[in-house]
Design a protein. Structure first.
Length: 127
């Protein structure tokens, strides 16, 4: 039961930051368009939070967006503190994540395999 509050808090923080992406004026975040917050990991003592940022446009765009989030971390911490009514808001650390690129590669491989399988099935039917 000790890990319940950090897990719940990390999901709430992810939801709040995802909702505030549209309101941030930093061009490093808004010009990318396809920025997502993959997950948040809050430490057990709720003093630190790692926020994993990913982009559909590649890992370099995610790194650029991390710089924008770091400059807006004060605004985000204030919003998190107000919404969740926390006495002490965790320090936010933004990390670029390439999970979107990885999932796109896996999806492409699966499509190629299914296409090859359907081609081999049609070849077997003609024999």
């Amino acid at each position: 039961m000790a890990g319940y509050k950090p897990r719940r808090l990390s999901e709430d923080i992810r939801r709040i930051i995802s909702g505030k992406i549209r309101d941030l004026k930093d061009p490093r975040i808004n010009k990318n368009g396809m920025i997502t917050i993959v997950r948040c990991d809050v430490s057990n003592d709720i003093s630190y939070c790692k926020v994993y940022v990913s982009s559909f446009e590649g890992f370099d765009k995610a790194k650029e967006a991390v710089k924008g989030f770091e400059s807006a971390s004060g605004l985000l911490k204030r919003e998190i503190s107000n919404v969740l009514r926390l006495r002490k808001c965790p320090e936010l650390e933004f990390v670029a994540d390439n999970s979107m690129e990885h999932s796109i590669k896996i999806n492409k491989i699966l499509k190629d395999v299914s296409r090859d399988k359907s081609d081999s099935d049609s070849d077997n039917e003609t024999l």
